[in-house]
Structure formats: C-alpha cells, structure tokens
Write a protein that binds this ligand. Structure first.
Ligand SMILES: Nc1ncnc2c1ncn2[C@@H]1O[C@H](COP(=O)(O)OP(=O)(O)OP(=O)(O)O)[C@@H](O)[C@H]1O
Ligand SMILES: [Mg+2]
Length: 366
C-alpha cells in the first residue's frame, strides 16, 4: 500500500524546497518558474515513536517503518486545463496521486519572482482551484454525454445513479466549487471516487512562510485560513526554505537544536506526514518478532483480513484469526509471552476492526 501525495501549486512558490525538507532525494530548486518539469519522487518514512519503543523491548534484527510517497509536481499556471504550460501533463501527474499538498506562497521576498507579480496566496489558491475545476468539468461532461442516454431511456440502475452523481458534480463545478464539497450518498461513494476527479482528492494546504512567521503566522496565513474555513481542510504553516536548511544538517541532535532555536518542538516535515496520515485516514498496526519489528499502514475501518492483506494477499485469502495485543499492554508487560500469560492477547476473527497501535500476529492457511 504505497500512498502517494502530490505537491501542487503555482510555479516558484517553494514546492521543490518543501519536497527537499521531506525527502533525501534532492530535487532541483531554484528561483525561476518551471524549474521542475519531470515530477520528483521521494519515499519518506513515517516517524513513529511506538516503533522505537517496541524495538527496545524486542531487540529485533531489523526495524522497518512504514512509508509515504511524495511527488513534487511542476507548477501549474492559468490555462493549465487547456494545456497551457504543459498543463495536461502536469494535471495527469496530479491524477495519479491519492492526496494533494497545495503549497501557497506566504512570504515576501523581492528577489523571488512571482508569476503574478504580487504576493496574494488567496488569489493563487483560486487560480489553481479554477484550473483543477475546469479539468474536472471537462471529465464530468464527457462522462455525462456517454451515460445520459442510457440513464434516461434504459433500465440500467447503475447508469441512473452515475448520471445523478455526475449531475451533482457538474452543478458544483460550474459554480466554481470543488467536487469534494458535494455530498454523495454512502452507497454511491465508490462510483464517485472511481471518477478520479482532481478536486475530489483530499487536500492539505501548506502556507510557506519566512522564518519570522514560523511560530505565529502572518497576514497571508490569516487570509488563507479565512478563505478555507468552509472546506473542512487542514492547513499547516511551514518555513520551507529554513527547514530545507535544517534537513541538510548531519545529526539528529543538530537538527533538533536548530528547531528549538526557532521555537519549534517538531519539524514541519513531521507535522506534514502526520497530517497526511490523518488526511488519508490511515492508521498503523505493528508486527513484532525477533527477526523484524515493523509498522504497517492500513485504512481506518479495515477488518482483520483486509489488514492482513497489506502484508500479503495470501494472508487475506487464507485468513484464520488474528492474535492482538494492545500497544499499552505490550509496553507495560514487556513481551508477547508476558501478555499471553496475563490474558492480554485477544483472539480475533474476520469481523474484528483493527485499531491503531495494535500488535498483531495473523494466522493463515493457504
Ligand atoms: N519560505 C521561503 N522563504 C524564502 N524563499 C523561499 C522560501 N521557500 C522557497 N524559497 C525560494 O523560492 C525559490 C523557488 O523555490 P522552489 O524551486 O522550491 O519552487 P517550486 O515551487 O518548486 O518552483 P517550480 O514550479 O518552478 O518548480 C527558491 O529560490 C527557494 O529557495
Ligand atoms: Mg519545483
């Protein structure tokens, strides 16, 4: 389950700089628009203190964290939906992602060019929103044209449902609203998701500020907050250029010291990964053996067989049961054996909904 987050925004707003704080794969970042053309792909490990605590008790040969993929996509410009500035290619890159990290320039600096001259992140956000919405409108209209006749004349219930959903999306999009603002009946959610609309992807806004605004934000950040208040979206404030410098430092201690000097307890990178996790409704379970202590990512609400399928499809197919220890019990008692003896290992079946932090041993048969 490799999840992909795409970094999106106007040219020269700090997308590659943010990417470079996140990943060790260094992307080219420079003060000119369209510095990035080919998307940069980075695989970042998800920091999780529980993994370290478990490893201290189990002393495994190997510790394996879970990962998220981050793609640094080229800047979009006005007209992208009509192919402007390699728009089609870049929009295609966005379509392949599971979630969007939208970077907004919230810093002033006369030396860094802005494609629309002035600093106005609310306007910038609208520019991007409009392009994504126009592209979605094109997709929705093409689908509508195909399904309309079938829905109106035939007796195909799925075509009728699809027609209804498409019409709802169209109504929102022509009003300049994103597809994610449309409420879709529970039963039709999958049909909606399958359309792969760009403005239906979960979104996280990153306000890229200068060092001075890293703790308390600034006027630009306030303006963005106000403009997204009805979107039910998350927003983070990160000084990308500063954090990219921090990421260059060799040792963990040095990086921590630098962060503390800025008054931060946690790097923007960590905050971003955690938010991406929340955004995608992801949770973590662990497997803990002497060979390997490992974190696994699954979607909230997964039942035991589905969660087992994250490790291997055979685990799902041949699922028999899950032996589950709660993280707190494992830490308190110190080992699997101790948990077993204390009656803290539960035997769970197919209907068990896996919980964040569970330490699981799957029994299966193929
Ligand atoms: N918070 C910041 N404060 C000051 N300068 C910054 C900040 N973030 C990025 N920059 C600078 O802005 C310039 C553009 O950054 P970057 O190359 O990351 O933009 P980009 O969005 O990836 O652009 P493109 O779309 O062209 O690929 C760089 O010179 C970078 O150092
Ligand atoms: Mg770039």
């Amino acid at each position: 389950m490799a999840l992909k987050c795409g970094i999106v925004g106007l040219p020269n707003v700090g997308k590659s700089t943010l990417f470079n704080c996140l990943s060790n794969a260094k992307a080219q970042s420079a003060n000119f628009p369209f510095c990035t053309i080919e998307p940069n792909l980075g695989v970042i490990t998800v920091p999780d203190e529980r993994l370290n605590k478990l490893s201290e008790l189990v002393h495994p040969e190997r510790i394996v964290p879970t990962v998220v993929e981050i793609v640094d996509i080229a800047g979009l410009v006005r007209g992208a939906s009509k192919g402007e500035g390699l728009g089609n290619k870049f929009l295609g890159n966005i379509r392949e992602t599971d979630a969007i990290i939208h970077v907004l320039r919230c810093f002033e600096n006369d030396n860094i060019t802005h494609v629309d001259t002035t600093i106005d992140p609310v306007r910038d956000k609208e520019t991007i929103d409009i392009e994504l919405q126009l592209k979605d409108l094109e997709t929705v209209e093409a689908r509508l044209a195909k399904v309309e006749k079938q829905a109106k004349t035939g007796n195909d219930p799925e075509a009728k449902r699809l027609f209804k959903i498409l019409s709802l999306y169209k109504e929102a999009l022509v009003q300049g609203k994103s597809a994610r603002t449309v409420e879709i009946d529970e039963a039709d959610q999958k049909l909606g998701k399958d359309l792969q609309l760009l403005t239906n992807k979960p979104i996280l806004y990153v306000c890229n500020v200068d060092e001075a605004a890293v703790l308390n934000g600034n006027g630009f950040v306030e303006a963005i907050k106000e403009s997204i208040k009805d979107e039910n979206a998350e927003m983070l404030v990160i000084a990308a250029a500063t954090e990219a410098d921090i990421a260059e430092l060799e040792s963990y201690e040095e990086r921590q010291m630098f962060l503390e000097d800025l008054g931060l307890s946690e790097s923007g990178v960590n905050k971003l990964i955690k938010s991406a996790y929340r955004l995608l409704q992801l949770e973590t379970y662990f497997t803990a053996g002497v060979k390997e202590v490992r974190a696994w990512t699954y979607k909230r609400g997964f039942k035991a067989p589905q969660a087992a399928g994250v490790i291997h499809s055979d685990f799902e197919k041949g699922f028999i049961r899950a032996e589950v220890i709660k993280y707190a019990d494992f830490i308190a008692l110190g080992s699997e054996q101790a948990c077993k003896e204390a009656g803290k290992m539960a035997i769970e079946g197919k209907e068990y909904v896996v919980q964040d932090g569970d330490i699981v041993h799957f029994r299966f048969n193929v």
